[in-house]
Design a binder for this molecule. Structure first.
Ligand SMILES: Nc1nc2c([nH]c(=O)n2[C@@H]2O[C@H](COP(=O)(O)OP(=O)(O)OP(=O)(O)O)[C@@H](O)[C@H]2O)c(=O)[nH]1
Length: 139
């Protein structure tokens, strides 16, 4: 049967963690990874047989040591971007509740950033449309 997806479409899930003061969490990709030094929203690839929500809960635990409830993740928006060797489809969720304080468990530097200052942090090209949407949401 023909897949409804392009064979090279990579499904990625990512979280916009929001503190009560409106700041959001960015993680800086460590040396040795593609896009090292750029800032991104924590998350990663969906693996078979995960749902996007369970994949994001797993990634947030692996990367940040936090626990989130998959059914409390709030769908926000997505980006669809041609990359060199694949097509990125990244769905983003708003996360306002989690257990434990986030720590960079994979060598990432973390930063809580007011929405108004997000454009000071260099991000992968696919993330550019997200900044004005988050600023519109959080003011
Ligand atoms: N988590 C996350 N990934 C992003 C963002 N923007 C963006 O282009 N990506 C891309 O989406 C993919 C995420 O998968 P990943 O985090 O598992 O990728 P990775 O390079 O760490 O791969 P690896 O875990 O296999 O080493 C990467 O190609 C990454 O560059 C973002 O804001 N957050």
């Amino acid at each position: 049967m023909t897949s409804p997806f392009h064979p090279h479409t990579l499904l990625v899930v990512a979280a916009i963690l929001i503190q009560p003061d409106g700041s959001v969490l960015l993680a800086q990709r460590p040396e040795g990874k593609t896009f090292a030094g750029l800032w991104e929203f924590p998350g990663g690839k969906v693996e078979v047989p995960e749902s996007p929500e369970t994949a994001l809960a797993r990634e947030l635990h692996e990367e940040l040591g936090i626990t989130v409830q998959p059914d409390r993740l709030e769908p926000f928006t997505f980006v669809s971007e041609d990359c060199a060797t694949f097509h990125l489809l990244m769905t983003l969720y708003l996360v306002r509740e989690w257990e434990n304080d986030p720590v960079g468990r994979e060598g990432q530097t973390l930063a809580w950033v007011p929405a108004s200052r997000l454009d000071e942090y260099p991000m992968p090209k696919a993330d550019a449309p997200l900044v004005p949407r988050i600023q519109a949401l959080l003011g």
